[in-house]
Design a protein around this ligand. Structure first.
Ligand code: SF4
Length: 151
């Protein structure tokens, strides 16, 4: 492995940029993601930074049962994120539709049908610690030795 690759591995493990998108939720999971920023959970101590510019993101958190209006928007957002990248489904909604998956509703879960999902965090809603753990678990598999793997 080159020195440059070693430096990239070191930096990427401590600088994970996360964007999030709500494709039709009750806001419960959004609140848990925002709680990750609070002093109690302090997501930045793990080298994870939340902002919402997809062009600068590494990991996309997807929240909510998929609603039809997101068909093109979600894929467009995913394509704006430069590789290496990963998406994580947060909560039961993007996994199964949760309480929104009922007869005669328009939701179309799972989100994995629409963009590649690297990990799922079940729960209604999941805890901030579970969200942070998932990000830390996915990041090394996506970023480590990315250039070497891409060859
Ligand atoms: S999983 Fe539960 S808390 Fe999260 S958005 Fe869906 S209904 Fe709300």
């Amino acid at each position: 492995m080159t020195i440059l690759q070693k430096v990239k591995n070191f930096v990427r493990a401590r600088s994970i940029h996360v964007a999030y998108v709500d494709v039709g939720s009750c806001n419960g999971c959004d609140i848990e993601v925002l709680a990750c920023l609070s002093p109690r959970y302090d997501i930045e101590q793990y080298g994870i930074f939340v902002h919402n510019n997809p062009r600068e993101a590494d990991i996309l958190l997807v929240i909510g049962a998929f609603t039809p209006g997101w068909e093109e928007k979600l894929r467009g957002l995913w394509e704006k994120i430069p590789p290496p990248k990963a998406a994580i489904a947060i909560g039961n909604c993007p996994i199964s539709g949760c309480l929104f998956a009922r007869p005669r509703t328009l939701v179309d879960p799972p989100v994995a049908k629409h963009i590649p999902i690297a990990a799922q965090v079940p729960g209604c809603p999941p805890r901030p610690t579970e969200i942070i753990s998932a990000i830390l678990a996915v990041a090394p598999t996506v970023f480590e030795d990315y250039e070497v793997k891409a060859k």
